[in-house]
Write a protein that binds this ligand. Structure first.
Ligand SMILES: [Zn+2]
Length: 443
């Protein structure tokens, strides 16, 4: 006779781990824990002994010496710029952009963008990132790569009033964005977005049309904003307002808007972002490398602004690694404020997970809880830099370098495990990628 109440429940995968940092509302950290995964979602999370007895999984992922975290969420990148990594370092933003990046980008093709994005997906998976916002040309090719790799992505069609390899006019870019939105209808892992490049590369009517597109299509609107002091000075001269009030005047701020950088912000700008519910993507390493300045992250968070974390592209970082970005973000706020309590480890981890997810308008990501998506990564706790592991959150932010990632899962599917990719033929990709990168920069 079987007892229905105690009969084991079927699930796809049972993951057991030494530690689970849930990033749920209570920020529960579970020791000797397990997660049951079914249909890409978390069916249960709790003590290992209890879940092992309760579930009859089709597969077991035993990670007795690992720390499981939610998959990290990158709120600002240009994935295919992996092709230009190391092409031009140690130069000001204007020189970097005008003399090096834009000329190289003029030679881009959809196939180059697909390969560059696929390489970026491999890099992100190997360092625990499961979702990214991309802004670039040939966004269809970006979508192809993200789909092939199996990551989640918010795909922002780049819009400029400058002719480029992708399109001659902003009209063409908006048409491409509309076509992508149609293509992605009903997709669960990929979402469309619109990404006018910046106030200094888009005319006022182009920015307004992008805002209208986002409203009509219900997509995220994202743009580079207030990256440097000079951007504010130029905007004031051209439009009679600093960047943030100018965007507000055009109807571009609001809860579905994500501004990348937000470095040169004054108190009135911060108040306007808070009042309108606009989110910011903080990209500390890119800002440091281009000497753009330090975003007032502590003040933004205190004002109630959602601040996510981003890497920016690999040509200005030069890595797509949110573990190093988290640690950098925390340290930079302490230097900026002279206050060692500013942006503590837990806040930095929040930024890379749940706050990044909210910034993208995808709040069920960046946390592990029953009913939510099974997007996660696992760190190998046997590594020297993670001993003795008194505080898993501190270790994840200040001690880990991302190279400890031994497992990355998106929607219940293992995409990376122990150095191997399940969706990417990495040896072939690396060969094609290097050939393409060399051809693009004429070497
Ligand atoms: Zn950027």
């Amino acid at each position: 006779m079987t007892n229905a109440a105690t009969a084991p429940i079927a699930c796809d995968t049972l993951i057991t781990a030494a530690v689970v940092v849930s990033q749920n509302e209570a920020r529960d950290v579970l020791h000797d824990a397990a997660l049951a995964v079914t249909d890409g979602r978390i069916a249960a999370m709790g003590p290992r002994a209890e879940l092992t007895a309760r579930y009859a999984p089709a597969a077991i992922l035993a990670l007795p010496e690992a720390m499981v975290l939610p998959g990290l969420v990158n709120t600002h990148t240009h994935a295919a710029m992996t092709l230009f990594r190391g092409l031009c370092d140690d130069a000001p933003l204007s020189v970097w952009l005008h003399d090096h990046i834009w000329p190289a980008e003029a030679r881009l093709t959809p196939e180059a963008v697909r390969l560059g994005t696929l390489l970026a997906c491999a890099e992100m998976l190997a360092s625990g990132t499961t979702c990214f916002l991309d802004a670039y040309l040939f966004i269809d090719a970006v979508a192809d790569a993200a789909e092939a790799a199996g990551l989640r992505a918010v795909l922002g069609q780049g819009v400029f009033d400058i002719e480029n390899a992708g399109f001659k006019t902003a009209d063409a870019a908006l048409a491409s964005a509309a076509a992508l939105a149609d293509r992605l209808a009903g997709q669960t892992l990929l979402r469309p977005a619109i990404f006018p490049h910046a106030v200094y590369t888009c005319r006022q009517d182009t920015l307004e049309r992008c805002a209208a597109f986002a409203r009509e299509r219900g997509t995220l609107l994202s743009t580079h904003a207030a990256e440097t002091v000079r951007e504010n000075e130029n905007c004031l001269a051209a439009n009679g307002a600093r960047v943030i009030p100018y965007l507000h005047r055009l109807g571009m701020l609001g809860p579905h808007t994500l501004l990348a950088h937000g470095v040169a912000l004054d108190a009135a700008d911060i108040a306007l972002l808070a009042e309108t519910g606009t989110a910011v993507s903080h990209c500390p390493k890119s800002n440091m490398k281009l000497a753009s300045g330090i975003a007032p992250v502590h003040a933004l968070r205190q004002a109630g602004v959602t601040v996510g974390l981003g890497t920016d592209g690999a040509a200005s970082n030069n890595a797509l690694n949110l573990f190093s970005e988290m640690g950098t973000a925390a340290l930079l706020q302490k230097v900026a404020t002279g206050d060692p309590t500013a942006l503590e480890a837990g806040a930095a981890l929040d930024m890379a997970t749940r706050d990044s997810a909210r910034a993208l308008g995808w709040p069920e990501l960046g946390r592990l809880e029953v009913g939510g998506p099974a997007d996660l990564c696992a760190l190998d706790l046997t590594r020297p830099q993670l001993q003795p592991c008194f505080d898993p959150v501190s270790d994840a932010v200040y001690a880990a370098n991302g190279g400890e990632v031994v497992l990355t899962m998106v929607a219940g599917r293992v995409l990376y495990r122990d150095g191997a990719f399940s969706t990417i033929d990495y040896a072939a990709l690396r060969r094609q990628f290097r050939e393409t990168a060399s051809r693009l920069i004429g070497r």
